[in-house]
Design a protein around this ligand. Structure first.
Ligand SMILES: [Zn+2]
Length: 260
């Protein structure tokens, strides 16, 4: 499985980082964990063919984790060249999918098609992108990838996602509380091959947080969703050194990718 970090910033886009989105490639299938902007551009930059994109999983309903879908859904549904694309979006309890479609495909948008002013022959706004709401537990298994969701307390519908594919276990923490009291230990009953740890809310280099991180049952950790005020380069050096006897830690950057 290949993991490519498309966007590794915290809630604000930085000069060198986009907001949250991570690409998983398993065999010839592609999946996204979160879809911050501008995924439409990023998928093309990284050479992802749209008809190989299978499913998109949104960890919680904060827009830095899904804003890219506005452009993505609009263009996939509206343009003839994307016929044959079939993507399912998996969103949690409060995800505003219907509201997004109303925003994109309201009367104003349809009018140009009805009046014949658009160069496209159809405005089929229902066939290429589908949506399913998820809660807790096993939320997905297509035989290639299995995903189990664990509720966290960052937000009303926030989740960590345990990814299992090709015999590997990867825990995406999603956004957590600043004190990590909601860390999903249940996902680590069996050792993880990797934890993708969010670095936007907890100061990872501080003693109370390190005491939570040190005993985690994992072979390695990658920090993404980085807020430089809490986990900038200097603080990451402290974190990496403090955890060196537990497991290796790497700070992700946009474009960073690993095979696992
Ligand atoms: Zn976030």
């Amino acid at each position: 499985m290949k993991i490519t970090f498309l966007g590794t910033s915290h809630g604000i886009t930085e000069p060198d980082r986009f907001t949250s989105s991570t690409l998983l490639t398993v065999g010839d299938k592609n999946y996204l964990i979160d879809a911050g902007a501008p995924i439409m551009k990023l998928l093309q930059v990284y050479g992802v063919k749209f008809n190989t994109l299978s499913d998109i999983f949104i960890t919680h309903s904060h827009a830095d984790h899904y804003l890219g879908l506005v452009e993505f859904v609009n263009q996939m549904e509206s343009f003839k060249q994307f016929e044959g694309v079939s993507v399912k979006i998996h969103g949690p309890e409060l995800f505003p999918y219907d509201e997004m479609r109303a925003f994109l495909f309201g009367d104003g948008s349809l009018m140009s098609h009805k009046l014949g002013g658009n160069r496209h022959e159809t405005n089929d706004t229902s066939s290429r992108i589908s949506f399913e709401r998820y809660a807790e537990g096993e939320i997905f298994n297509d035989g290639t990838l299995k995903i189990t969701a664990y509720k966290t307390r960052h937000f009303a519908d926030s989740h960590s996602l345990l990814i299992e594919a090709e015999g590997k276990r990867i825990l995406f923490t999603g956004d957590l509380r600043h004190d990590l009291l909601d860390f999903p230990y249940a996902a680590l009953d069996t050792a993880a091959d990797l934890i993708v740890m969010e670095g936007a809310h907890a100061k990872l280099s501080t003693e109370p947080i390190l005491n939570i991180l040190k005993p985690l049952n994992t072979k390695r950790m990658i920090v993404n969703h980085i807020y430089p005020g809490f986990n900038g380069d200097e603080q990451m050096k402290v974190t990496i050194s403090a955890l060196t006897e537990s497991y290796p830690v790497t700070a992700a950057y946009d474009g960073y990718s690993i095979e696992i």
